[in-house]
Structure formats: structure tokens, C-alpha cells
Design a protein around this ligand. Structure first.
Ligand SMILES: Nc1ncnc2c1ncn2[C@@H]1O[C@H](COP(=O)(O)OP(=O)(O)O)[C@@H](O)[C@H]1O
Ligand SMILES: [Mg+2]
Length: 240
């Protein structure tokens, strides 16, 4: 990874895109403090990541990883309640209920996490991450998600991105999500960062980043770019 400079603005939903192995998950690990940068610093708010105490950090930034299998057979509610570990336990149940409603996890109540489908597990992981950032009725802070929609069906892709969009535009939550689906990124992200071999090679609005030659160059894919019929955003079609 080199020469990466990025800033998450308040209220902004940022999508990290790029081909397999581009370094998206690695960048997320650096941004969230699981990997140390060789050079340079990551600031969260006005402090370097190292200067945050572990508890303050876990109250302000949550991460939803690419795959999350659990080594124990917990029900959904208990997995989501893990998100409340950094906080007073008194209102844990209330918060868990709220985030389950918000993320469509209420029908999964009582089910064992390990027995859920991949997409259902992703919804539970989103609920856990939101529970971790929950303060006074809404999430606040920084939320990082690694391919949060990869196993979701159409309805739940839309539901998750609408929810993230709504929560970020309320202004208390910053979101940075790795998204493989460029059309989802185009519809919902305020800014796209295209990573290739550990470098940001393009960034900006969907109009700026999703261009035929850019995608040919960095993905090697032949595409057509059209326009979403219901909005002005570009949409990507693979050439047959
Ligand atoms: N723990 C690791 N040790 C060594 N190489 C790794 C490790 N994790 C990922 N890589 C390599 O770093 C590159 C970027 O990986 P990753 O960030 O996971 O890509 P992606 O953009 O698909 O999320 C890949 O070439 C991958 O094989
Ligand atoms: Mg990855």
C-alpha cells in the first residue's frame, strides 16, 4: 500500500471499489487499526488511531468484516448484544431490539447464529455493528463495512444501503464500505475510491469514476455505461 490519502467527511457514504486482491480489505484493516501503516498516520476525528483508548475507540468505530463465523453457538440476540460490550449493560436489551428492527433481524430472533444463511448472518453482523455505535436512539461515529451486501438478496441490498444512506445523511455517522457491486455504489455512495494494487487510482463521484476506459484499465473488463432510468447515476453493464 502506498500514497493513500483519504478523508471521510461527516455525513458522507464512501465506497471502496476495486478488483480482487486490490487491497480493499487491507486498507480497511489499516483504517480500523488492526494493521499498522508502515508510514503515515490514520486519524480518527482529530486524534491518531494509536492515541485513542481501546474503550473510546470501540465506542466510536465499528467494523463489519468480510466473513464472520463464530466459534460458539449463540442465538442472534446474544451476538448482537456483543456490540454493547463497550457500554453500560442496563439498556442493552432495548438497543438490541431497536437495531434488530432497523436491520430486519427481528424475524431471526431466537435462531442460532451459526445455523443462519450467509445473508442472514450479514444482517446480524450489521445489527451488531450498529448496536456498538448506538447512542441516544441512533448510531454515531465511524462504521467500516467489508462487502456488507455480498450475500444479500435484492430486497436486503436495497434495505441495507437505504439504511446506511439515511443514517449517514442524518450527520452523526460516517460510513466507509467496500462494495463489489458498482451499480449499488453508484446509486448510494457519495464518493467512490477505486483501489488497484494498493493504490487509489481513481476517486470522485460515480460519474467521475465509472467510465468505460477507467474500468477497462483497472478491472480489465469490457463494459458499457448507461444511465439509471430513475436517477441520473451511471450504471455499469458487462459487454456480452
Ligand atoms: N494476511 C496476509 N498476508 C499476506 N498477504 C495478504 C494477507 N491478506 C491479504 N494479502 C494479500 O494482499 C493483497 C490484497 O488483499 P485484500 O486486501 O484482501 O484484497 P481485496 O481488495 O480483495 O479485499 C492480495 O494480494 C492478498 O493476497
Ligand atoms: Mg476483501
Amino acid at each position: 500500500m502506498r500514497d493513500i490519502s483519504l478523508t471521510l467527511e461527516p455525513g458522507e457514504l464512501v465506497a471502496l471499489i476495486g478488483p480482487n486482491g486490490a487491497g480493499k480489505s487491507t486498507l480497511l484493516r489499516v483504517l480500523t487499526g488492526y494493521l499498522q501503516p508502515d508510514n503515515g498516520v490514520c486519524l480518527l476525528g482529530d486524534k491518531s488511531l494509536n492515541e485513542w483508548s481501546p474503550q473510546a475507540l470501540s465506542r466510536h468505530r465499528a467494523v463489519m468484516r468480510q466473513q464472520s463465523q463464530l466459534g460458539f453457538d449463540w442465538p442472534v440476540e446474544d451476538v448482537i448484544a456483543m456490540g454493547r460490550a463497550p457500554w453500560e449493560q442496563a439498556d442493552s436489551q432495548r438497543v438490541v431490539k431497536q437495531v434488530m428492527d432497523l436491520t430486519g433481524c427481528t424475524p431471526l430472533a431466537g435462531r442460532k447464529y451459526n445455523a443462519l444463511s450467509g445473508g442472514e448472518q450479514q444482517r446480524v453482523q450489521l445489527a451488531r455493528a450498529l448496536a456498538q455505535l448506538w447512542v441516544d436512539g441512533a448510531p454515531q461515529g465511524w462504521l467500516f463495512l467489508d462487502e456488507p451486501t455480498s450475500a444479500l438478496d435484492l430486497y436486503h441490498q436495497q434495505h441495507l444501503l437505504r439504511l446506511l444512506k439515511q443514517l449517514t445523511s442524518a450527520g452523526r455517522l460516517h460510513v466507509c464500505a467496500v462494495l463489489h457491486d458498482l451499480n449499488l455504489a453508484a446509486l448510494w455512495a457519495d464518493k467512490l475510491l477505486l483501489l488497484h494494487q494498493g493504490e487509489i487510482v481513481a476517486q470522485g463521484s460515480a460519474q467521475q469514476v465509472l467510465q468505460v476506459d477507467t474500468l477497462k484499465r483497472w478491472y480489465g473488463a469490457e463494459v458499457h455505461i448507461g444511465q439509471h432510468p430513475g436517477s441520473q447515476t451511471p450504471q455499469v453493464f458487462l459487454a456480452p
